[in-house]
Design a binder for this molecule. Structure first.
Ligand code: COA
Ligand code: MG
Length: 280
């Protein structure tokens, strides 16, 4: 299986990079990406589309331009291939990450985990707001393991990320009642001294019963700048190996992608459009 991420936070695209990237993805995606108001959103969405093609090229050993990537009615990207390869993308905070497998379906989500900015609201107000989305067991894990509010937030993001990874494995998008999922955490916190640690012991109960599907949840912490951290959760079949995510640069990804039409030059309008977007 394959797990990659790229830190897009400090990526300031050059004209050359942006235009090279636009040659590697479809018109439909280009139009979607260039409708964003903020440069940040366009940058993350573009990196996501490139990362999908990079992953497919690596996994299926074909040119990135050879794939027809479609979306389900719920917006989930997929390819029709005899190899039965599934993948799932997530972008949030500083990272864009992707996981792909030949063994069943996969769901991937990432969230901030340890951040330096002060929370805008108290964890109690947040969990009050989401009281309906968490089980008693999850609520206790978030609030009762420590008196440190920063730990509360980390535990909150961890459970949220796990829930999202399962919803993304299902592929149904919003509409799934989140409190039907009860995540039972076995290892309360990550081992700070092991940068490559992947936790795989978290269990999911659905509608108060152990999950019938043979699924596993792999969780990993990715170090960011200034001692911040982000969490990635992957929901996948037990048949997959347990392995850490590999970090890529935008240059690596661009190198692994090829233009959809080699004879066509890049259209500079995409760069001009990106330049007119707001910088957050
Ligand atoms: N299922 C799985 N993956 C999907 C999807 C779906 N229905 N729809 C889109 N995706 C993929 C796409 O690649 C998308 O990126 P792209 O549009 O740039 O190609 C990517 O997942 C988005 O994932 P992420 O970056 O993690 O965003 P998100 O966490 O905001 O979105 C969805 C998750 C896609 C499932 C979305 O439907 C959603 O908003 N779910 C929220 C459900 C909820 O209430 N969660 C609370 C958990 S406690
Ligand atoms: Mg998400």
């Amino acid at each position: 299986m394959f797990r990659f991420y790229v830190n897009c936070h400090n990526w300031t695209p050059s004209q050359n990079e942006w235009l090279q990237a636009t040659r590697c993805i479809t018109q439909t995606e280009l139009e979607r990406i260039h409708k964003f108001v903020f440069q940040r959103d366009a940058k993350f969405a573009l990196a996501g589309q490139l990362l999908i093609r990079y992953l497919l090229a690596q996994a299926l050993q074909r040119k990135s331009s050879s794939f027809e990537i479609r979306r389900t009615e719920y917006g989930r990207p997929f390819i029709d291939s005899p190899e039965k390869f599934d993948f799932n993308l997530s972008h949030h905070y500083h990272l864009v990450c992707i996981a792909g497998t030949f063994h069943g379906l996969i769901g991937c989500d990432t969230m901030e985990y340890r951040v330096n900015t002060k929370p805008r609201e108290s964890i109690e107000s947040l969990t009050d707001l989401l009281r309906n989305e968490f089980t008693k067991n999850e609520y206790d894990y978030i609030l009762k393991k420590s008196s440190d509010v920063n730990v509360h937030f980390r535990h909150f993001y961890r459970i949220w990320c796990l829930k999202e990874s399962y919803v993304k494995w299902l592929g149904c998008g919003i509409g799934f009642t989140l409190a039907r999922m009860n995540f039972c955490i076995q290892t309360d916190d990550f081992d700070e001294s092991d940068a490559q640690q992947v936790l795989s012991d978290t269990k999911l109960e659905l509608d108060n019963a152990p999950l019938k599907d043979d699924l596993r949840f792999d969780e990993q912490i990715i170090p960011l700048e200034n001692n911040e951290q982000q969490i990635i959760a992957v929901c996948l079949s037990n048949k997959n190996s347990c392995q850490p995510f590999i970090e890529l640069t935008i240059a690596d990804i661009l190198q692994g992608c090829s233009p959809l039409d080699e004879t066509k030059q890049a259209d500079e309008k995409w760069w001009k459009n990106f330049q007119t977007m707001k910088i957050k």
